[in-house]
Design a protein around this ligand. Structure first.
Ligand code: BV8
Length: 222
């Protein structure tokens, strides 16, 4: 049985990390869509670094919950491709191998000038020089709105080959991730969503398991 699991902010909610919807998409009075964009970074890099420094702090203080641990166990007995929209490292810290971070990682830094990547320091500031080209153009290695998500070829191929697609803790608002269930179904997969409530793309799923991920995911994996 080949499984693709897509996780969203909801799987980390019980680890204390805010989802986008719960905060009504607001941060320091800014809509997240207005902070998580290349234009926002060009306009006010200090604000955007402050946003990601705060989230890096919170992610470092958080711990994987039973849902993250259950998915790590699932990978031990199944052909599982784990794709996450989340930028925290809770899947890795739960023991999941080969996590695909389609929207990047808080733990990564990227040079906007030369494309060099390196482990992000706990706090990033504007003008931090790139360790490779020394340009003061370092940014979080995060996929912002309007930017191309990472590893899409790998993800489309996994969706086309899987028998089961599970979306866990995602509202189905953000594309192209919101189209993954339909793509998997078109290639014969069964689709299930695990969420507190029906997602925006609920009609794309054959089944829905409602409840907090820390309970529903271990039950589903068992
Ligand atoms: C792209 C990094 C071109 C930043 C993120 C109009 C129509 C369609 C698309 C668009 C459009 N206008 C613009 C677009 C494109 C845009 C988009 O989709 N915009 C939306 C807002 C309409 N997308 C892009 O720009 C993407 N790039 O399109 O490039 C392209 C197109 C096709 C193919 C190739 C290229 C790039 C998007 C990436 C943006 N970056 N993250 C950061 O994190 O700071 S997205 C960010 O928001 C997150 O990563 C996450 O993906 C998203 C929030 O979604 P969720 O994870 O679902 O979180 P949310 O809070 O919404 O929901 C939480 C869910 O959990 C809820 O359902 C809740 O019920 C549930 N829950 C809560 N607690 C629990 C729980 N479930 C279980 N247990 C619990 N305890």
């Amino acid at each position: 049985m080949r499984i693709v699991a897509l996780t969203g902010a909801g799987i980390s909610a019980e680890s204390g990390l805010a989802t986008f919807r719960a905060s009504e998409g607001l941060w320091e009075r800014h809509r997240i869509e207005d902070v998580a964009t290349p234009e926002a970074f060009a306009r006010d890099p200090a604000l955007v670094h402050r946003f990601y420094n705060a989230r890096r702090d919170k992610a470092a203080a958080a711990r994987p919950n039973a849902a993250h641990l259950a998915l790590a166990r699932l990978a031990e007995s199944h052909d599982l491709t784990l794709v996450t929209q989340n930028v925290d490292d809770l899947h890795e810290r739960a023991g999941s191998p080969g996590v695909i971070h389609m929207h990047g990682r808080l733990a990564g830094a990227l040079c906007a000038a030369c494309g060099h990547r390196w482990p992000a320091p706990a706090r990033m500031q504007p003008q931090d020089p790139c360790p490779h080209c020394a340009a003061p153009a370092t940014r979080p290695d995060i996929v912002w709105f309007g930017e191309m998500p990472y590893r899409l070829d790998r993800i489309w191929a996994a969706l086309e080959a899987c028998d089961l697609f599970a979306a866990i803790g995602t509202s189905g608002n953000v594309h192209p991730a919101a189209g993954f269930a339909r793509h998997a179904a078109r290639h014969g997969a069964e689709c299930v969503e695990l969420n507190l409530e029906a997602s925006r793309n609920a009609d794309d799923f054959d089944r829905r398991i409602l409840g907090p991920a820390s309970r529903t995911v271990p039950d589903w994996v068992a």
